[in-house]
Design a protein around this ligand. Structure first.
Ligand SMILES: NC(=O)c1ccc[n+]([C@@H]2O[C@H](COP(=O)([O-])OP(=O)(O)OC[C@H]3O[C@@H](n4cnc5c(N)ncnc54)[C@H](O)[C@@H]3O)[C@@H](O)[C@H]2O)c1
Length: 328
């Protein structure tokens, strides 16, 4: 059945990609974003096919108005980017919590019976079990560390969605992305940071190997998923996800961050020496999702890290000038 979706955070990295997928599948889409980190350039190719509403998710009236005549909500608006968790924890929580309540109220007011919510792998912080399944407990390890504004905000959002949605909304489905990467993914994430730093160092240095400073020892791990595979996973969750269920979206290809740095260096055709640094307080040492549940929906990621990094690196090298003129 063709539906009318609202995608909050729809001019963001993941939002814009799912907007395009929904359009390709024949649905209509209204995008709601304040463009604080989103950017309409990401939606340029479909700009005539969408309705764009510029608005703030913290404003109940704007959210209620934007949710009129909508069949399904994909709620992605949130302040993302690790740097902001430390620097703007109150904003992270305000956008997360008020945004969630406003979306739930709007769903109930307009009898919208389908809500898909973006959560995060950060709800586990440093899980004992890796690969981590959806049933591992969610924690805020230190109330005083501003970093956990983000994970805490996601835990609150999940609780609100589940408990309001249990009886008042026909279907509430939660997905937890794990380290999505790709072109135009924003600037405050490990892949673009490594690419841009490497690009800078190469122009400044005459000999190799080049000293490459990182946060932590480089033995910290992540499992990255390329945006095209991510969109395939998310669309499966949107189509087949069950009421009050949570789904990881990611891959099981866990790699150490020093290996990531070396892979990016080889795309530049240079040799590097890793120089370890301090890990940000509260940084996660190991992260890799168990994706059995998503595989059960037919998910099978296709993009190798080498392929995904190649196009991502190319985008950042070609578009580095955008960094100074964008807030995203
Ligand atoms: N990218 C990842 O690897 C990853 C991992 C875990 C969770 N997530 C979650 O997935 C969702 C999308 O992430 P993303 O990577 O596309 O991030 P993003 O920053 O590109 O997108 C978030 C969007 O929310 C918008 N937004 C922020 N504050 C707003 C406000 N007050 N009102 C309206 N819109 C507002 C931003 O402008 C932005 O377009 C987020 O909820 C994020 O927390 C992403």
């Amino acid at each position: 059945m063709k539906k009318k979706y609202i995608v909050t955070g729809g001019s963001g990295f993941i939002g814009s990609a799912i907007v395009k997928k929904l359009l390709r599948e024949g649905h209509s889409v209204r995008v709601f974003d304040n463009n604080s980190r989103g950017n309409l350039r990401r939606l340029q190719s479909v700009i005539d096919e969408i309705e764009f509403v510029e608005g703030d998710i913290r404003d109940p009236h704007q959210v209620e108005e934007a949710c009129k005549d909508i069949d399904a909500v994909c709620h992605l608006a949130f302040v993302n980017g690790t740097k902001f968790f430390y620097e703007l924890p109150e904003l992270v929580l305000e956008v997360g919590v008020k945004g969630m309540i406003n979306i739930l109220d709007a769903c109930i007011t307009h009898n919208i019976d389908d809500l898909i919510l973006a959560s995060s792998s950060e709800v586990y912080q440093s899980p004992d079990e890796v690969p981590t399944s959806e049933s591992v407990p969610l924690i805020v390890p230190d109330l005083l560390n501003p970093r956990y504004s983000y994970g805490g905000g996601k835990i609150i959002s999940e609780l609100l969605a589940i408990n309001y949605g249990r009886s008042k909304i026909k279907r509430v489905v939660i997905f937890r992305p794990h380290n999505v990467y790709g072109p135009d993914m924003g600037w405050e994430h490990v892949v673009p940071e490594f690419v841009l730093k490497m690009d800078d160092l190469i122009s400044a240095s005459r000999s190799q190997p080049i000293d490459f400073k990182i946060q932590g020892t480089g033995n910290e791990t992540r499992a990255f998923i390329f945006i095209d595979d991510f969109v395939d996973g998310l669309f499966r969750v949107i189509e087949q996800g069950q009421h009050l269920n949570v789904y990881h979206i990611g891959t099981s290809n866990e790699i150490k961050l020093y290996e990531l740095a070396h892979q990016i260096a080889s795309l530049f055709d240079v040799k590097i020496d890793i120089v370890p640094g301090d890990l940000a307080q509260g940084g996660t040492l190991r992260r890799c999702p168990d994706i059995t549940k998503l595989r059960g929906l037919g998910f099978d990621p296709q993009t190798t890290m080498e392929e995904g990094l190649k196009v991502t690196k190319q985008w950042y090298v070609e578009n580095k000038h955008l960094k100074s003129i964008t807030t995203a």
